[in-house]
Design a protein around this ligand. Structure first.
Ligand SMILES: C[S@@+](CC[C@H](N)C(=O)[O-])C[C@H]1O[C@@H](n2cnc3c(N)ncnc32)[C@H](O)[C@@H]1O
Length: 219
């Protein structure tokens, strides 16, 4: 593939299926990073996974092939991005075999699939989201989680909480750990921050029901 096909010369956020979701140079390893963490947190082929803001299926292409049919669910508002991701990363034959389900939902309505999930992934979503979007997302997540579900997310840790009222892209926004803890508590959930080093300097966290907090592996 040419440099152009790989989007190697485009800045992050440029309208190309690789650069839109982050540095094109890390498109491969950011996929592996997400996949490795989720499988280390216990993701198995029979689990259901909701990938919030699945983009061009950077990580999704690995999850879809790993999981059994009907177990992967992706939400992505940018239709062109998802379509390009399917075309360039997977193709229709894998969709026919694995039957992933997609939605272009924009308001974090996670009940759109009428389905509960064992794992929910929000990789580099809260790094652009408003406080209101995060609170909506967690309140919706609570409704589609079982007692043992793990919500796995990332955010940029900072001294202050983002106060913007619109999704900020591609420029990132920051939140404190207290904000994330309180957002979880408001929804009768608990939050654990992982030591697991994020490749772009974000912080990984796992949010789950209180009874389940001890079951989060010490990563
Ligand atoms: C930094 S990218 C991360 C994509 C993907 N999670 C990954 O790691 O490859 C952020 C994604 O969030 C999507 N997004 C924007 N607004 C959203 C919303 N309201 N709900 C869900 N995703 C959204 C963007 O279109 C983009 O694909």
């Amino acid at each position: 593939m040419s440099e152009d096909d790989l989007g190697l010369n485009h800045p992050t956020g440029f309208r190309h299926y690789r650069s839109y979701v982050g540095s094109s140079k890390k498109y491969d390893i950011m996929a592996a990073h997400q996949f490795n963490l989720l499988t280390s947190l216990g993701l198995r082929e029979n689990h259901t996974l909701l990938d919030i803001g699945c983009g061009s299926l950077r990580g999704g292409r690995l999850f879809i092939t790993y999981l059994l049919p009907n177990k992967y669910f992706g939400i992505e508002p940018e239709e062109w991005l998802l379509e390009e991701g399917i075309k360039k990363n997977l193709g229709q034959e894998i969709l026919r075999i694995k039957k992933p389900k997609f939605s272009n939902e924009k308001e974090f309505k996670l009940r759109v699939f009428n389905q509960k999930f064992d794992y929910i992934l929000a990789q580099s979503i809260f790094s652009h989201a408003t406080q209101k979007q995060i609170l909506t997302c967690l309140s919706e997540a609570k409704k589609v989680m079982t007692e043992s579900s793990f919500f796995v997310g990332t955010f940029y840790l900072g001294d202050a909480n983002n106060t913007k009222t619109e999704w900020e892209y591609p420029g990132p926004v920051t939140y404190t750990k207290d904000f994330m803890k309180n957002a979880a508590t408001e929804n009768k959930l608990e939050c654990k921050f992982l030591k697991y080093e994020h490749l772009n300097g974000q912080t990984w966290m796992v949010i789950t029901n209180s009874a389940n907090i001890q079951k989060i592996p010490d990563l």
